[in-house]
Design a protein around this ligand. Structure first.
Ligand SMILES: NC(=O)c1ccc[n+]([C@@H]2O[C@H](COP(=O)([O-])OP(=O)(O)OC[C@H]3O[C@@H](n4cnc5c(N)ncnc54)[C@H](OP(=O)(O)O)[C@@H]3O)[C@@H](O)[C@H]2O)c1
Length: 392
């Protein structure tokens, strides 16, 4: 009998790296014992490929299995809160991928990103968060927010440096950008729940909120929370100039932004500048810079220069993986030495398993997930109304 049994929901990209990472947990025997997905054939194929013993026909069937301790939700954003509530109601601990939620409406064909006022979106999302928080509180289960930036070795080191300094984190700058998503759902607000600011911006927002939480906890046992935001968004790839320009970007969004920028002011007066975009070639561009009153830290999460590989031709290294979203394998590349480790997936799975086993909160918890969502939807209001907005 394993120490912890996990039921995997979803059979796509995230389900694969979650399953692989949970299997790397050390000191505890963690097993992914079952899977369910929207299409039975997809769940069955995943189970066979990943050697998972059990396939459930429905989510409800999975929840009824008393042997499962944790439900791992690796499914589209619009299902996250609903299925979190169902899992918590069944007494299961829950892992949820980022972003926690969005303003989604999968039943409509409308381009809601063009029509729905952002204040209405903020109000609706906050109401969903309050409802879900109440269910989680009542159930007593542990909620784990799969924000891998919290666990990425570079950011984890920055956190320890901050915790051991006695200075103030005065300013931070963080970004996650790339050349555009190939996922079909990312094109439409109704399915993705937002644009670049939500899809990729949730990582740097999560990263800086986590560092300020950790700073406050280290100084006086209280996390330092975000107070207000000023933001701008843009749809650069829908401009006339872009349509006439040659481009290697994906640039295929319907009613979502492809650029977002937020200035977050924290309750201690410090600031963070966040950027996310689908306008960056040359691979994924992820970094965090921290400006302390007593020091300075730069985390090059992706790319980093641990391995630099030169290939005179595209196939110089055969089919060995180099890095995510690079448009060419020819010439110099920053090769990812171990993407799961660098991204924080192993450390995330380790913390989640230990949190459940020990009955404690994980490093990346509900409070972080909730604050990230509140910051991003307050930012949408700020960008639309051209004013500073208080984070609810
Ligand atoms: N942290 C990270 O670095 C990272 C990276 C990638 C994705 N993510 C997040 O992970 C989540 C999933 O993304 P993904 O890339 O894995 O997407 P994906 O490859 O499209 O996989 C989504 C899976 O969800 C399943 N699904 C859809 N509706 C369902 C339902 N009603 N019930 C059960 N399963 C359902 C799909 O089922 P079928 O296969 O049966 O059709 C599919 O297997 C998203 O929230 C995304 O933002 C995070």
């Amino acid at each position: 009998m394993a120490d912890l049994n996990v039921g995997m929901v979803g059979a796509g990209f995230a389900a694969q790296f979650h399953t692989e990472s949970l299997r790397q947990v050390h000191g505890l025997d963690v097993e992914v014992t079952g899977v369910t997905s929207r299409r039975p054939e997809s769940a069955a194929a995943f189970a066979e490929r990943m050697r998972i013993p059990r396939v459930y026909g429905t989510f409800e069937e999975m929840l009824a299995d008393e042997s499962l301790d944790i439900i791992d939700l690796c499914i589209p954003t619009h299902l996250h809160l609903l299925m979190t509530q169902q899992a918590a109601g069944a007494g299961k601990h829950v892992i949820v991928e980022k972003p926690l939620t969005g303003y989604c409406d999968p039943d409509t064909d409308e381009l809601i990103g063009d029509t729905v006022p952002r204040q209405d979106m903020l109000d609706a999302v906050m109401a969903d968060l309050i409802e879900t928080e109440a269910v989680l509180r009542a159930s007593g289960v542990i909620f784990m927010y799969a924000e891998n930036w919290v666990y990425a070795p570079a950011l984890a080191k920055a956190r320890r440096l901050i915790e051991h300094s006695n200075g103030m984190v005065c300013r931070m700058r963080a970004e996650e950008s790339h050349s555009g998503s190939h996922a079909s759902y990312a094109k439409y607000w109704r399915l993705a729940g937002g644009g670049s600011l939500l899809r990729t911006g949730s990582h740097p927002v999560g990263g800086v909120l986590h560092l300020k939480q950790a700073e406050g906890l280290a100084r006086n046992g209280q996390p330092i929370r975000p107070l207000s935001v000023m933001a701008e968004v843009a749809r650069v790839t829908q401009s006339e100039r872009y349509r006439r320009a040659p481009s290697d970007l994906t640039g295929d969004l319907a009613d979502c932004e492809d650029f977002g920028s937020i200035i977050i002011t924290f309750e201690d007066g410090s600031v963070a500048e966040i950027c996310s975009s689908d306008l960056v070639l040359g691979g994924v561009y992820n970094y965090v810079e921290v400006f302390l009153s007593t020091g300075r830290i730069r985390c090059d999460m992706n790319p980093n220069n641990m391995v630099q590989a030169y290939g005179p031709t595209d196939d110089s290294f055969g089919d060995e993986y180099l890095a995510e979203k690079i448009s060419t394998r020819q010439g110099w590349n920053f090769a990812s030495a171990d993407e799961h480790w660098v991204s924080g997936y192993h450390a995330e799975a380790q913390d989640f398993a230990e949190a459940v086993y020990q009955g404690r909160q994980p490093l990346s918890s509900w409070q972080l997930a909730r604050d990230v969502t509140a910051v991003i939807f307050a930012a949408y209001v700020s960008a639309e109304q051209g004013r500073r907005v208080k984070v609810p």
